[in-house]
Design a protein around this ligand. Structure first.
Ligand SMILES: Nc1ncnc2c1ncn2[C@@H]1O[C@H](COP(=O)(O)OP(=O)(O)OP(=O)(O)O)[C@@H](O)[C@H]1O
Length: 203
């Protein structure tokens, strides 16, 4: 479904990704770990078509990622507070880029009475759910979860995964769990990998 072949990318002449290849099946949960600065977020953005790699290619169902319309691969960023406009109420955040996905909004426990609140008026866990719901549309087939619970306490993190996993399973939506936390990756992902020296290796 989603594949990457020999992805290479760097910044300022420094190679970060040195030939990353992967394949992801529908509904699969894949873990990606690696040291800080290893290139996990860079890879996530490339897989979602947000960053054009210097080398290699990302393929979606055998072709390039669609250039128009909603992308089936979405990258959920690690810091919802910097990814959401602090002046926008929840309803506007959810409607940005298309009508909100009512099923995802309900499954993530987003309450109607949050709709007029600003991001600063939500708890960290609530904001993480809103930020995630923006990325889940009916067309989303792969969700790249980039340290989405790293800033939450253990209980809020557990609640978020317990909401997200059944939603993903019900939709056959694949997840890529990017996390420093090997225990979390092992608990969630059937297949776990680590980004080391610019390459993806089995964990
Ligand atoms: N836009 C950019 N311009 C310059 N350097 C960048 C840019 N984006 C990322 N980098 C550098 O590329 C390297 C990989 O960054 P990336 O954010 O992908 O790592 P990461 O594995 O996700 O790290 P962390 O676990 O700390 O979030 C880092 O050294 C980072 O400083």
């Amino acid at each position: 479904m989603l594949s990457a072949e020999d992805i290479r990318h760097g910044f300022g002449g420094r190679d970060v990704l040195r030939g990353v290849s992967l394949r992801l099946a529908p509904g699969e949960v894949l873990g990606i770990g690696g040291a800080s600065g290893a290139g996990k977020s860079t890879l996530g953005r490339i897989l979602a078509g947000r960053t054009r790699p210097e080398g290699g290619r990302v393929r979606w169902q055998g072709a390039g990622l669609p250039g128009r319309g909603p992308c089936p691969v979405q990258h959920a960023p690690q810091s919802p507070d910097t990814a959401t406009d602090p002046r926008w109420p929840v309803a506007k955040i959810l409607a940005n880029g298309g009508p909100p996905d009512a099923g995802a909004v309900a499954a993530l426990g987003i309450r109607a009475d949050w709709s007029r609140r600003l991001p600063g008026e939500l708890s960290g866990g609530e904001l993480a759910r809103v930020s995630l719901a923006r990325m889940i549309r009916p067309e989303t087939r792969v969700l790249i979860c980039d340290e989405i619970t790293a800033q939450l306490d253990a209980l809020a993190a557990r609640d978020l995964w317990q909401a997200l996993l059944p939603l993903a399973r019900a939709r056959g939506m694949a997840l890529i769990v990017i996390s420093h936390d090997a225990g979390l990756r092992r608990a969630l992902a059937a297949r776990d990998t680590v980004l080391t020296d610019g390459r993806l290796c089995p964990a």
